[in-house]
Design a protein. Structure first.
Length: 358
């Protein structure tokens, strides 16, 4: 299939409730949808979201990167030469990982359609069902406990709790209240979003380990690889690197330093599926399991991430609740949610049929 057009459109969907972390508060899911058209009357889809505090991108910078930099070099290119496509994008664009991710997932959507396979099968086909957690935004301890109980009532068995916004004593109270509310059988993960120093992280995690915590994600600043190593060595709880790892060279540094037990892959950080697969292979070589998560995205971007996650045996955890936080679903097709459970219709590629209003 030969690329004959690339176009973008902007979408925005309000969240049911503001999403709060140590880094930001989000009120709506704003994204840029990418549609690639091929000469065989076929289309493929991608999505990029502007998470400025993490990737440094805005809607405007993403749109410019795709339409003014990437599009001119891809028009007329055949998917037969997909490795050349990825190499060309990396040559002309530094950073801009969300913009790259949108094109990358659209290319993989096209490749799987060309192969007449669902994308997760094209990438490896390890499993065809996965289970997502649900995220509890950082708020007052009692409010977080009520939110957590609501998600448990809706059938979620794993909760990802945002911490790191205030002092560690408040964070400890947050987890204590939540554990008391949901009982002993619900899996609890923490995400500090770089909110602690390494000393604070060790103190907080040690005090919370009696509350049966599965893992703690990115406890320290993304550049503090040594601090991350100290936390990993000083605690019994699994420590996951997130913002510390964008690309495979970041992963090598963290893995060589033995600074984490787990890695969180996100397409908007890695620049897409191709680089995420590379990071996963590196992690697997070091005996480190991966999770796949996301930013606040629509079902389009999450569908791409979920296909990646289902395809690989080394990816064992899934954080795909973002579409469930939205007041409306703009995406026609894609993965199917039944509460916490996600399944993959046997459509070719991502299985995206279209975007409402586009």
């Amino acid at each position: 299939m030969k690329i004959i057009d690339i176009r973008t459109c902007r979408t925005s969907v309000p969240l049911k409730k503001p999403f709060k972390t140590a880094l930001r508060t989000v009120f709506d899911a704003t994204s840029l949808i990418v549609i690639i058209t091929y000469d065989q009357d076929e289309k493929s889809f991608g999505e990029a979201v502007p998470t400025t505090v993490i990737t440094g991108e805005t809607l405007e910078s993403i749109d410019y990167a795709i339409c003014e930099v990437i599009k001119p070099i891809l028009l007329g290119t055949s998917l037969i030469h997909y490795e050349q496509i990825f190499s060309a994008i990396d040559r002309v664009l530094i950073g801009n990982t969300s913009a790259k991710a949108a094109i990358d997932m659209a290319i993989y959507d096209g490749l799987a359609k060309q192969a007449r396979l669902p994308l997760y099968q094209y990438l490896g086909g390890y499993r065809n069902e996965i289970e997502t957690d649900f995220t509890v935004s950082v708020n007052r301890p009692l409010e977080m406990a009520e939110d957590a109980m609501q998600y448990v009532t809706e059938g979620f068995r794993t909760l990802k709790i945002k911490v790191g916004k205030d002092d560690i004593d408040t964070d400890i109270q947050r987890i204590k209240r939540i554990r008391e509310k949901v009982g002993p059988n619900i899996r609890i993960r923490l995400d500090a979003n770089q909110g602690w120093t390494w000393k604070e992280a060790i103190v907080a995690i040690r005090k919370m380990e009696s509350m049966n915590i599965e893992l703690v994600e990115q406890p320290v600043h993304k550049e503090d690889i040594e601090g991350l190593r100290r936390v990993t060595e000083a605690t019994d709880t699994l420590i996951m690197a997130d913002e510390s790892i964008f690309r495979s060279d970041d992963a090598i540094k963290v893995l060589e330093a033995r600074s984490c037990d787990l890695i969180n892959l996100k397409l908007m950080k890695s620049g897409g599926i191709k680089e995420a697969l590379k990071i996963n292979r590196l992690a697997e070589a070091y005996g480190v399991k991966c999770m796949v998560g996301s930013m606040i995205e629509t079902k389009l971007g999450i569908t791409a991430a979920a296909h990646l996650a289902a395809s690989q045996p080394n990816i064992t955890r899934y954080d795909f609740d973002a579409p469930l936080m939205l007041t409306d679903d703009l995406i026609e097709g894609g993965i199917i949610y039944e509460g916490k459970d996600i399944s993959f219709p046997l459509h070719h590629g991502l299985g995206i049929k279209g975007v409402k209003g586009v």
